[in-house]
Design a protein around this ligand. Structure first.
Ligand code: PLP
Length: 371
């Protein structure tokens, strides 16, 4: 994104010092870093002192689980939604192999709030983790409601805000006890992210070394990255306030309609639920194997994925779809389409046409019969 790129270039030239250094060059970098922290706190609606810069959301999420493991009462559990990103699922599995419970989701891919309400009335986990929006299906999660229930029972609430930030307004997310995000999901550079965590509680660092970030995360801070992250998020928030998302939701809905018209056997995952405007997951008809769809669409100029990018190369069906009740064979038919901010309505239409073409080539008889 131009604003993020320019901010990164300017910061790289202007703030060459190490923010921890005692000289003026260092102090200038430190002031710029603290200004970025303040600006991010404003956008999220939280105390800037609660923000820790990290290398990205995988690190932020690991810090939360590591911290919880360190401060946990023996026997206490963590409850995480069954559709969390693998970095949350695997960190929970690593730190709490026997004390981790999965919060179930409905067939539409939304966490089961009734389950959470009923279970919290009976037991107090050390942490509840519910992501804001799912990365495979795009389905928005009721994180505000889950946060409110956790507040009622004084249970710390952790929200992975990666997919939400930049596409949905950020305000309110700063109320979560723990919140993670990364710049590259909203137009900023890779390799920079943040964790919002309670500053009054002593965060147990995952990465040990120097006293940076108030002893919460060792290592020289990525000043230009943090400044660019804030520039990107600010630009996204301004564009949302100007109403840019409305037409994007329309394009997504139109694409879904075209997809089902062209491929009546396809199933839109999470249909009917409020989703991110940029992500559509669909189970494709059986006629063409999943990888053939990917190759053929790639040849037509469309880069689509078969699940979350992080699980590409792994043959297992998506744990997200399995949690929604799809059988492994069904989950193996999923394709995920995601757009960027530069994607146009015409490109969404062209993708639907390309899907129709690939389908017709694979199954000419079916298309003739339908026509
Ligand atoms: N959480 C979610 C929901 C994601 O989609 C991703 C990446 O796709 C991550 C965490 C990991 O983020 P990062 O790439 O910054 O480590």
């Amino acid at each position: 994104m131009p604003a993020a790129r320019q901010a990164w270039l300017d910061a790289t030239e202007q703030f060459i010092g190490n923010p921890s250094s005692p000289h003026q060059i260092g102090a200038r970098a430190d002031a710029a870093l603290e200004q970025a922290r303040e600006n991010l706190g404003d956008i999220l609606g939280c105390d800037p002192a609660d923000i820790v810069w990290t290398s990205g959301a995988t690190e932020s999420n690991n810090i939360v689980l590591h911290h919880t493991a360190r401060v946990l009462d023996a026997g206490a559990e963590v409850w995480i939604s069954a559709i969390e990103h693998p970095c949350v699922i695997q960190a929970a599995q690593y730190y709490f192999p026997k004390r981790r419970r999965l919060i179930p989701v409905t067939a539409e891919g939304v966490i089961d709030l009734e389950w959470l309400t009923a279970e919290l009335a009976e037991a107090r986990p050390a942490l509840v983790a519910v992501m804001a929006a799912n990365n495979v299906t795009g389905v928005l999660q009721p994180w505000r409601e889950a946060l409110a229930i956790c507040r009622q029972y004084k249970v710390p609430f952790f929200c992975d805000g990666v997919q939400w930030l930049g596409k949905m307004p950020a305000q309110g997310l700063g109320d979560c006890d723990f919140l993670s995000g990364c710049a590259h999901k909203f137009g900023g550079p890779r390799g920079i992210g943040f964790l919002k965590c309670p500053s009054h509680g002593q965060l147990r660092p995952l990465i040990l070394g120097g006293p940076q970030e108030e002893g919460r995360r060792a290592g020289t801070e990525n000043v230009a990255g943090a400044i660019s992250l804030v520039a990107a998020l600010k630009a996204r928030e301004q564009a949302m306030a100007a109403g840019e998302s409305k037409s994007r939701f329309g394009w997504r809905a139109d694409f879904e309609r075209r997809l089902i018209d062209a491929l009546p056997e396809a199933i839109i995952v999470g249909a009917g639920r409020k989703c991110l405007w940029n992500t559509v997951a669909a189970l494709m008809p059986d006629v063409t194997p999943q990888h053939r769809w990917v190759v053929k669409l790639d040849n037509l100029g469309f880069a689509v994925s078969t699940g979350s990018a992080c699980s590409t190369g792994k043959e297992e069906p998506s744990h997200v779809l399995c949690a929604m009740g799809f059988k492994p064979a069904e989950a193996g038919r999923v394709l995920r389409f995601s757009s960027g901010w530069e994607t146009t309505a015409d490109e969404w239409t062209a993708l639907a046409d390309a899907l129709s073409k690939v389908y017709a080539e694979a199954h000419p008889m079916k298309v003739q019969t339908a026509a």
